[in-house]
Write a protein that binds this ligand. Structure first.
Ligand code: NAD
Length: 511
């Protein structure tokens, strides 16, 4: 079942179209028109024209648009949630919390703090006391934002609002799988009266995204798979366009012998099955130490058995976005079972649902040669591996090209922080899971193949700026000691200074 169908242009001057269906009910959602590369270039030009006036506003003035957007979103939450649910098949509660509430929080958080985070500041100069240093955060210009389908609203809105509050204008290309959520972002900015050209939406698929990379933007903020991220990085490298890459993960969970097993099991089930496992920070593999493995696994299976899957009424686990994703999940489970894994729960498409559903699945007797332990599954599958001790867990957790997020479960916070420090990932959570994207202060991003750069927090916001250093001479005078003419005496003095300042402990203390 294709949830997105490509419809070729009927005439040479017509645009291609994409037809969509709801993955949970298979009901038609209509069609969208795909932007051409000419449309994309025109959008970037309009954004370029609008940028100076937008950047000339104060942080407080720009922030007021964000605060208004939060109010609008709070008032129209039902409408936004319904649209996101129709397009993704996720439970209403997940759409509300992870998409809408997180969005309101981010809008107000950055509206209130951007002025402080991006304030021009004076830094002391430790050596050249005759100079003063100022560091300023200037807008970059036009930012191109390309986003995926799994959290189609928040992952489009969040980088957009950060780029905007920093004084940039934005061209957003949402996923072709979830164009309506992209349109919600546009509707929100329209509703708060953002000036013409400051935010623009271009709809389309990979071709549209590729066109945005070369349309003259000043930065690309990309969220998506490792494979596409690599292509984006190649083009940005050639064009010398800075890019942030927020890519896939294969997040490990480590359960220590002293963990609260009740909490850890519930955390594993939530971490693996929320959004049907289609989360970049899903718990995708568990390493549990031998002495608690049986008890932990039993609790996980019990907890999984209580989950309700569906499309209407009260349910916990929603649909899978499309047939391609379902195939990946099935392949991973089949490969694991063929190599000796045992299915303790799920392990198949849900026969009682008419849409695209895969049952929450628990696997044991898994090993690291199985796809389910190596490649991103992006589905409701929780493989549990028994390990000798925490050291083996750590070594296996790091035996992966991915390094986005991880979680560690122990009653000792000190041990948790120690283990977290040993994990090669951008983020780690102790005694909880995921969360790192939702905690607005937390810089979010990957290590290894999971990405380059950070979004969120102070570092993320500063990433939407050109950092400018301004060095100012304090006292004037007709010349400087290092200017011309050079002489043997100047050379002798500098050699002496070098010996004294960095060659003696007193000098090093003063420097
Ligand atoms: P994807 O890479 O297939 O697509 C992402 C976006 O890139 C889409 O908008 C797509 O149209 C566009 N695109 C495709 N080809 C392009 C090209 N050549 N040039 C420019 N743009 C192009 O990813 P997806 O299937 O939409 O999303 C799932 C992936 O995203 C998973 O791997 C998931 O882990 C990852 N993800 C990462 C984060 C994070 O913050 N690290 C968050 C969510 C999802």
């Amino acid at each position: 079942m294709a949830i997105v169908e490509r419809i070729e242009a009927a005439t040479p001057d017509a645009r291609r179209r994409l037809r969509h269906s709801n993955p949970a009910t298979l009901a038609s959602l209509g069609e969208i028109e795909v932007a051409t590369s000419g449309d994309v270039r025109a959008a970037v030009e309009r954004a370029r024209k609008a940028q100076p006036a937008w950047a000339a506003l104060s942080f407080a003035e720009r922030g007021r648009f964000l605060e208004r957007a939060a109010r609008e979103l709070a008032a129209r939450q039902d409408e936004f949630v319904a649209e996101i649910v129709a397009e993704t098949g996720k439970p209403e509660l997940e759409a509300l919390t992870t998409e809408v509430i997180t969005a309101c929080d981010a809008l107000v958080f950055y509206a209130k703090r951007a002025g402080r985070i991006l304030a021009e500041r004076t830094l002391p100069v430790h050596l050249l006391k005759t100079k003063k240093l100022r560091v300023a955060y200037r807008p970059l210009g036009v930012v191109g934002i390309i986003t995926p389908w799994n959290f189609p609203f928040i992952l489009s809105l969040n980088p957009t609002l950060q780029a905007l509050v920093a004084g940039n204008t934005v061209v957003l290309k949402p996923s072709e799988v979830t164009p309506r959520s992209g349109r919600l972002v546009e509707e929100l900015w329209n509703a708060v009266g953002l000036p013409e050209g400051v935010f623009q939406l271009v709809q389309g698929d990979g071709e549209t995204g590729a066109a945005l990379l070369t349309a003259g933007v000043d930065k690309i903020c990309f969220t998506g798979s490792v494979a596409t991220g690599r292509r984006v990085a190649e083009v940005c490298g050639r064009e010398l366009v800075p890019c942030t890459l927020e890519l896939g993960g294969k997040d490990p969970m480590i359960v220590c012998a002293d963990a609260d097993l009740e909490r850890a099991a519930r955390g594993a089930v939530y971490g693996a099955f929320t959004n049907s496992g289609q989360v970049c920070t899903s718990t995708e593999r568990v390493y549990v130490v031998d002495e608690v493995a049986d008890a932990f696994t039993r609790k996980v299976v019990e907890e999984t058995g209580r989950l309700r899957q569906g499309a209407t009424g009260e349910f916990d686990v929603g649909a899978i976005i499309d047939a391609k994703q379902l195939d990946v999940i099935e392949d991973h489970v089949r490969d694991a079972v063929t190599r000796g894994a045992r299915v303790l729960a799920g392990g198949r498409r849900n026969p009682s649902c008419s849409g695209l559903f895969y049952e929450p699945t628990v696997l044991v007797d898994v090993s690291h040669d199985m796809q389910v332990m190596r490649d991103e599954t992006f589905g409701p599958v929780l493989p549990i591996m028994r390990v000798r001790d925490e050291q083996e867990a750590l070594a296996l957790a790091n035996d992966s090209p991915y390094g986005l997020n991880a979680n560690v479960w122990t009653r000792s916070k000190r041990r948790g922080i120690e283990l977290a420090g040993g994990i090669e990932s951008g983020c780690v959570v102790v005694n909880d899971c995921m969360l790192t994207y939702g905690v607005t202060e937390s810089p979010f991003g990957g290590a290894k193949h999971s990405g380059i750069g950070r979004v969120n927090g102070e570092i993320g916001l500063q990433g939407f700026c050109r950092v400018q250093s301004i060095l100012i001479d304090r006292f004037g005078g007709k010349t400087e000691p290092l200017w011309y003419p050079y002489s043997a005496r100047k050379l002798r003095l500098l050699r002496g200074a070098l010996r004294w300042i960095w060659g003696t402990s007193f000098g090093r203390l003063l420097s």
